[in-house]
Design a protein around this ligand. Structure first.
Ligand code: DAH
Length: 333
């Protein structure tokens, strides 16, 4: 019987080497080692052996054979599993390094481009750049700019109020002018500063108005600054930003934070006038709010919209188009 057991084990190992798939290996495992397999049969035959010695020797041979077949099954199963997994991985492979043959290259938004060019031009004229918070107190946004609580000019700013502190004390800044006050409080004159940033107005949007837009503020504080310095700076900026064919003019106007105040327009080479922004000599009350003595210091300020500049430069019909993030619109520039 011992010879039969060994022969059966050799045959089993040989058959295992021949199976091609994991499923076949599992099926063969059941066939060989299951209840109706040859080794189970050998086990029942043990009882029929005559002597204890014979039983012992045959039992030992059977155990060894069964173990040999079991480890052969396991080794073959592992081998097949590895091979099958390798085939599967290859089939499901994704090339994460794949790129389009012509990679698309992005670019800055046209408002960002205008913002950056404005900074470049003013830095070229000797200005520095400062930024202030978008959430402001009523004091910085209005009161320090010579607009006390009942001032009629406040109604021109449709204000978003923030639910913080005393009711009405916190706003989304309606213009970049409050940064003038913060700069005066933190930097000793002479001051030659521009202050670009996001501003907010609670109004219905249309082709020329946005509720969230961008302004750039300018502030110059020094000794003996006059309206002539303001006009000259606006003119130098106009030529540097738009080109030599352009010129500028000031038109009398009113702002609470400047006295006198003006609107400034630019003249295109074709002779059309384009309204750009507001400006004027900084009001003594504003200098005082910034902690400066109006007897010692004087200055001018100006402010205008950045989105408008981008709109005019690229002949965009509707400012709202600039913020839909429609790639077909953005890719034009
Ligand atoms: N803050 C004004 C606005 O939002 C613009 C402005 C006008 C700014 C005159 C100035 C200025 O600095 O002097 O409409």
């Amino acid at each position: 019987m011992i010879d039969d057991v060994r022969a059966a084990a050799d045959a089993a190992v040989e058959r295992l080497a021949a199976v091609a798939t994991l499923a076949e290996a599992r099926a063969l495992e059941t066939e060989l080692l299951g209840k109706r397999g040859p080794f189970a049969e050998f086990k029942t035959r043990l009882g029929a052996l005559a002597t204890v010695e014979e039983k012992k020797a045959a039992g030992q041979a059977l155990n060894e054979a069964t173990q040999a077949v079991q480890s052969a099954v396991q080794a073959r199963a592992q081998e097949l599993q590895r091979a099958e997994r390798a085939v599967q991985l290859e089939a499901e492979r994704i090339d994460l390094t794949e790129v389009l043959s012509k990679p698309g290259r992005g670019h800055a938004h046209i408002v960002t481009q205008a913002w950056q060019r404005l900074e470049d031009v003013f830095v070229g004229l000797g200005f520095q750049v400062a930024e202030g918070p978008e959430v402001e107190t009523d004091w910085y946004n209005f009161e320090a700019l010579n607009m006390p609580p009942d001032h009629p000019a406040r109604s021109m700013h449709d204000t978003f109020y923030v639910d913080h502190g005393n009711p009405g004390s916190t706003v989304l800044r309606t213009h970049t002018s409050p940064v003038q006050i913060r700069v005066m409080q933190h930097i000793a004159p002479p001051i030659y500063m521009i202050m670009p940033g996001k501003v907010f107005r609670n109004e219905t949007t249309d082709a020329t108005h946005l509720a969230v837009f961008h302004q750039i503020e300018g502030l110059v504080i020094d000794r003996g600054i006059t309206l002539a310095h303001l006009a000259g700076t606006i003119e130098a900026f106009t030529k540097a930003f738009f080109g030599d064919g352009f010129s500028s003019r000031l038109r009398p106007s009113y702002f609470p934070f400047t006295e006198p105040s003006a609107e400034f327009d630019i003249r295109t080479p074709k002779g059309d006038w384009l309204e750009l922004g507001g400006c004027g000599m900084v009001h003594p009350n504003v200098l005082r709010a910034g902690g400066l003595d109006p007897e010692e210091w004087s200055g001018f300020a100006f402010g205008f919209g950045i989105d408008r500049m981008a709109k005019e430069r690229h002949a965009v019909g509707d400012v709202r188009e600039m913020y839909t993030n429609d790639i077909r619109f953005i890719e034009q520039f």
